[in-house]
Design a protein around this ligand. Structure first.
Ligand SMILES: NC(=O)C1=CN([C@@H]2O[C@H](COP(=O)(O)OP(=O)(O)OC[C@H]3O[C@@H](n4cnc5c(N)ncnc54)[C@H](OP(=O)(O)O)[C@@H]3O)[C@@H](O)[C@H]2O)[C@@H](O)CC1
Ligand SMILES: Nc1ncnc2c1ncn2[C@@H]1O[C@H](COP(=O)(O)OP(=O)(O)O)[C@@H](O)[C@H]1O
Ligand SMILES: [K+]
Length: 503
């Protein structure tokens, strides 16, 4: 699913009105009806709602919702806050309709004495400001937002929490935005929903389809996309009936050091459980017995060093190389990585300590082979590209770096962001907080190496790898629970995840 900016959504909205065609008031009714259906499924008739309404179309949605809810016998009170001089045309029309219906008490808020008591068991609907937000909140509306946030009532935000921008919130004060439990967004999620710092504002978000025009949605370009299962399924290659292990590539994984052999084991198992033909794992000498016992399916390449990575085998034998999990950042490993980067003309995935080494030796960053995949978490990302002003800035840096260096960058976390050489950014929906556990990144490196070895392009290897990794984590968490989940479980559940993608 493409993700559009608030400005683009307004254009899509206008195009739909002109070309479906549909009157804007009817589109608003469609939006409000979707809100109503969502609420009706979750709340019994006894539930009372306090709807705070602004003067734009977001307010109009709130007023139309108030009418639909009261028609269905819910208890509803509406509080109108004049955020600007005049109500928008559709907001005014819905206010008139609500007054004619005459089932709902409508109050004006002109100062803080007008704020209603919000009982803990009320549900607050935030229809103050939507995607027309043009500046950060101040004055009465900010006070009201703080007042709502201080209540214990559940809060449902319409379209976007009031005060939050759809894209860049680096100059915003997130405490002055509505903190919703649920955000009901029309047709698309907003970009800002996918950034970690906005979670307290957005809560759980849900996308409600309102039938915006498919032609404009298909034609309008956006660098941002939210990945889904079909998007991944369409990228999978078939395994031919007469294929043999030579068809699925030979990968080289450089991983592990004294005390960190687990990283090599996890990444190797993950590679083998993701379809690779042959795997060689290059490890320091001390790890020989450990590796041969734990992962007999992998061949072992032994370093001259007992405890760290200092050299690598002839790269000609391999289709792709993965390096980093648990290799440490000692001087001789830095030198060996430097040589590898200089020589390597094979698809390369760099993770963990390989990224830390590059972070400490910025010249290496300039020489990354085109098509390399880097898989940092936020800390590693900052070591590579410095601190950011916020998630939007970080995302812009990531896209620019991918484009400038023609590499794929995977910024890991909830909604892992994958950027490619065209500056496009894909957000991954799978995965859960149970995966915030030692070694889960190593598993991802193994999966991506496996896919690169099988001949997938760098961006497809990253997209598929991240998706299936998160899916395996989700399937594992469903059965084991998030607390008990360990990285080895992600490997174990890869089988179910791949099967699901092949269904
Ligand atoms: N997408 C779709 O297809 C559909 C969208 N729909 C709905 O429309 C919503 C967008 O509506 P909208 O454009 O009228 O904007 P909205 O946010 O309600 O209000 C803008 C007003 O607020 C004002 N204002 C701005 N910032 C402010 C501030 N900090 N403090 C105080 N005031 C501030 C601003 O003033 P100005 O910037 O002009 O000075 C302007 O007067 C969208 O979120 C969704 O709910 C559905 O109905 C149907 C389908
Ligand atoms: N809250 C979360 N939601 C989704 N995925 C997560 C979450 N927390 C962690 N993950 C995933 O788990 C992996 C953790 O990787 P990383 O931080 O490198 O761990 P480690 O260094 O311990 O191996 C990443 O792929 C990340 O996307
Ligand atoms: K809102």
């Amino acid at each position: 699913m493409k993700i559009f900016t608030s400005k683009q959504i307004a254009q899509i909205d206008a195009y739909s009105i002109a070309n479906e065609p549909i009157a804007s008031i009817d589109l608003m009714e469609r939006a409000a009806t979707q809100l109503f259906f969502w609420i009706e499924k979750r709340y019994s008739e006894e539930q009372n709602f306090i709807i705070f309404v602004g003067s734009g179309n977001n307010g109009g949605d709130g007023l139309a919702l108030a009418r639909l809810l009261s028609e269905a016998k819910y208890q509803v009170e509406v509080y109108l806050v004049n955020v600007s001089q005049n109500l928008s045309v559709d907001c005014q029309m819905n206010l008139d309709r609500l007054k004619i219906q005459n089932l709902v008490s409508i109050f004006d808020i002109s100062n803080s004495n007008d704020f209603p008591i919000i009982f803990d068991d009320s549900v607050v609907v935030d229809a103050l400001l939507g995607s027309g937000l043009s500046r950060i909140l101040d004055g009465l509306i900010k006070e009201l937002v703080l007042y709502i946030n201080a209540s214990k009532a559940e809060v449902i935000a319409i379209d976007i929490p009031s005060g939050l921008f759809g894209e860049d919130n680096s100059l915003n004060n997130l405490n002055h935005c509505i903190h919703a439990d649920h955000t009901l967004s029309f047709q698309f999620p907003k970009l800002s929903f996918l950034f970690p710092e906005n979670i307290d504002c957005v809560g759980n978000w849900h996308v409600l389809p309102i039938g915006l025009h498919s032609r404009i949605i298909n034609e309008m370009e956006s660098p941002y996309q939210l990945v889904d299962e079909n998007f991944i399924k369409n990228r999978l290659k078939k395994r031919g009936r007469f294929s043999h292990k030579g068809n699925y590539g030979h990968g080289l994984l450089i991983s592990g050091s004294y005390g960190k052999m687990g990283a090599a084991i996890l990444a190797s198992k993950a590679a083998l459980r993701s379809g690779i033909g042959l795997l060689s794992t290059h490890i320091p000498r001390l790890g020989y017995d450990i590796m041969q016992t734990a992962v007999p399916e992998s061949m072992v390449s032994i370093d001259r060093s007992d405890i760290i990575f200092t050299e690598y085998p002839n790269l000609e034998d391999f289709d792709a190389i993965g390096i980093g999990p648990g290799i440490d950042t000692k001087h001789n490993s830095v030198r060996a990585l430097d040589e590898l980067i200089e020589e390597c003309d094979k698809p390369l995935v760099l993770d963990a300590d390989a990224l830390n080494i590059i972070g400490q030796n910025q010249a290496l960053k300039e020489r990354l082979p085109k098509g390399s995949i880097l898989t940092p978490h936020i800390k590693e990302f900052e070591r590579l590209l410095g601190k950011s002003y916020g998630a939007f800035d970080r995302n812009t840096k990531q896209r620019d770096f991918s484009k400038k260096k023609a590499v794929v960058m995977v910024l890991k976390g909830a909604f892992t962001a994958i950027t490619d050489e065209k500056g496009r950014c894909y957000f991954n929906p799978t995965g859960n907080p149970g995966m915030a556990t030692a070694g889960s990144g190593d598993v991802l490196t193994g999966i991506i190496l496996s896919l690169l070895s099988q001949g997938y392009s760098s961006s497809d290897a990253a997209l598929i790898g991240v998706y299936v990794h998160g899916l395996a984590g989700d399937l594992a968490a469903e059965e084991l629970g998030q607390e008990a989940l360990i990285a080895g479980d992600i490997v174990e559940y890869l089988s179910k995840a791949w099967k699901k993608l092949r269904d």
